[in-house]
Each structure stands twice: as C-alpha cells, then as structure tokens.
Design a protein around this ligand. Structure first.
Ligand code: PRT
Ligand code: ZN
Length: 295
C-alpha cells in the first residue's frame, strides 16, 4: 500500500463549500478536528482538503498543486475560455448541487431582447471569456465590460447596455429591472482533475470517493415506494411508478385481490404521482428515503 494522499481543493467559504463538505460527509469521510484554516486531514481515507477561493481551484488542479477540485462549471469553463493553461482539466463527476445558469439579460421593455440586438452594444460581466466566445460564435460584435461583482447594476448606472451573469432564483435580475433573454451556460458543481499526469495511487483513492459520491447523488433522488395494489390494476400502477424497472410483487396474508408492491424509483416522486397511484386503486402508499446505494 502506498502512502499517497489525495489533495482535494474545496472552496473555503461560499456556495460550494457547504455542498462540497456535505457530499464528503455523506460519502463517509471524517475530518480530524483542527484549527488550520487552509488544510483539513481526513481520518479514515488518505485525503487532504485544501480550502481556497473557488477561482483559484482550476489553476491549483491544472498546475498540480492539488489532484482534484470541486468547482462550478461556470468557473471551470470561464478559465478554459480565457487561457489554454486550463486545457488539461476535465470533469470527473458532475455533483448535482450549486446549480445556476449564466444568462444574458437587459433592462425590461428596453431596446435589447435578443442576442442580435447586442450588435454594437456593451455587455457587463464577470465572465468575459464565456461571454465573448458566445457572441463571437454567433457573429455578434459587442463590447465586453469586465466587472468583478455587482454586475446587475451596470445598465442602471450607464456602465453597459446589457449584462451576462449567473442566475439561480432570478430575484436579483427582477430586483434590478432586468429580464434574461438567452442562456449562455447551464452550470453545476463538478469534480475536476487533470486529463494526464495523475498519480495512480491517488486515482485509486479518487475512484473510491467517486463511487461513493455517485451513490450519494443517486440515493438523494431515489426513493423506495411501498404500496398495496388491486391485482386487476397492477399493470396500470406499475406504469405510474417513476423510473422503476422491476418492482417486487408480494402476497398479502388472507387477501386474494390485493398484492404488495415494492419499488425503487430513480426519479423524483411528487405528490401528483401519489394522487395518481391512489386514483388507480393503490392504498397504504409509503415513500421512503434511501440512505446508501451501491449497484
Ligand atoms: O470567495 P470565493 O471567490 O470563493 O466565492 P465567490 O463569491 O466567487 O463564490 P460564491 O460562493 O458566491 O459562488 C460559488 C459558485 O456557486 C459559483 O461559481 C456558481 O458555480 C455557484 N452558484 C450557484 C452561484 C449562484 N448559484 C448564484 N445565484 N453563484 C452566484 N450566484 C449569484 C448570482 O450571480 C446573483 O447575483 O447570486 C446572486 C443571487 O442569484 P438569484 O438569481 O437567486 O437572485
Ligand atoms: Zn470566486
């Protein structure tokens, strides 16, 4: 056994840190209690965290200071759009949290309502690489005004005609009288690594972590459904179970007309689904969370 330890870069504070730490915790990683602001050492896996600003993560991984990193696709692809230094990075696993969208937006009811309207105009953004690439690919010549933050105030302050910024709920756009008219990128948190030059032993640790993370992500949206179904409507009920391939059908003591159905559902189970199941004659419907999964 080698003594190689996986160095994983995680955002120290912000939208990615909580989701990242939560995922690691649910993947069974325990950290030693420590005062160190920059490093955390896992107790039960050869894994060390480096707690840094999210914008530094692509360069730490690309340059080899860290082996893997958790970063938003927005930051990863922005860095790649800006410089070939980041061409050696790849997504090892999409992590399913910190979802957001990079969108073009302009003042509501104004002159700009489509990408074509941006010709000869200016766009304020913290994502100059992605914004420029998007416009160039569509043959639009517009001026890019780079801002570090508060991009949403740019049109009101006369700094730019439109903006290209991250949106999640849309409340920030709304509050600033802006309307989105185009999606530049759909983003979520991802695990990144170098395409080449990785250490095999470190990759072994990463493999364990990735398999566990896959289980955590899958089990978060997978549910176990139990219900009683009238035998003569079984086909109808089976068809209503979201993302389930082969439910278990079991006898119920002293009942010839009703069977018990147990199914693993790999899609979200909404109240509407339960209402439809009941409408099809299902009774005693239970939806249970799944704690861990391994195929
Ligand atoms: O200090 P450090 O540089 O590490 O942190 P940071 O301030 O750069 O990052 P942080 O924590 O704000 O965001 C980290 C990552 O979270 C981003 O790179 C995205 O991948 C992801 N993410 C998810 C978001 C949002 N959702 C989001 N809503 N990042 C920013 N926002 C902004 C958005 O631009 C808007 O201004 O939040 C504001 C509120 O959004 P609405 O639409 O809900 O109003
Ligand atoms: Zn940042």
């Amino acid at each position: 056994m080698s003594d190689a330890r996986l160095k994983l870069a995680v955002q120290s504070k912000g939208r990615l840190s909580e989701g990242g730490m939560d995922l690691l915790k649910r993947a069974g990683v325990r950290f030693a209690y420590g005062r160190d602001q920059l490093h955390r050492r896992a107790e039960n896996l050869p894994l060390d965290l480096m707690l840094v600003r999210d914008d530094d993560i692509p360069s730490f991984v690309a340059g080899g200071a860290c082996d893997y990193g958790i970063v938003g696709e927005n930051v990863l692809y922005e860095m790649q759009a800006r410089s070939s230094r980041y061409a050696n990075l790849e997504v090892a696993l999409p992590l399913g949290f910190a979802g957001c969208t990079l969108k073009l937006a302009a003042p509501k009811g104004g002159a700009i309502g489509s990408v074509a309207d941006l010709a000869g105009r200016s766009v304020a953004t913290s994502y100059p690489g992605l914004t420029r690439k998007y416009l160039v690919e569509r043959g639009i010549e517009a001026e890019i005004v780079e801002m570090r933050g508060s991009v949403e105030v740019a049109p009101r302050m006369g700094i730019a005609d439109a903006i290209c910024d991250l949106v999640s709920s849309g409340a920030t756009l709304e509050a600033n009288g802006l309307a989105a008219f185009e999606t530049v990128l759909e983003s979520q948190a991802v695990l990144v690594r170098r395409t080449t030059g990785r250490n095999q032993d470190v990759d072994g640790v990463a493999h364990t972590l990735i398999e566990r993370a896959e289980g955590v992500i899958a089990s978060a949206q997978t549910k176990y459904i139990l219900l009683n179904a009238p035998k003569d409507r079984l086909a109808e009920i089976k068809a209503l179970l979201p993302g389930s391939d082969a439910p278990t059908i079991a006898q119920i003591a002293d009942r010839d007309d009703v069977v018990a159905v147990h199914a693993v559902c790999r899609e979200r189970v909404f109240w509407e689904t339960l209402e439809k199941l009941r409408g099809a004659g299902a009774r005693a419907i239970l939806v249970l969370p799944i704690e861990k999964m391994m195929a």
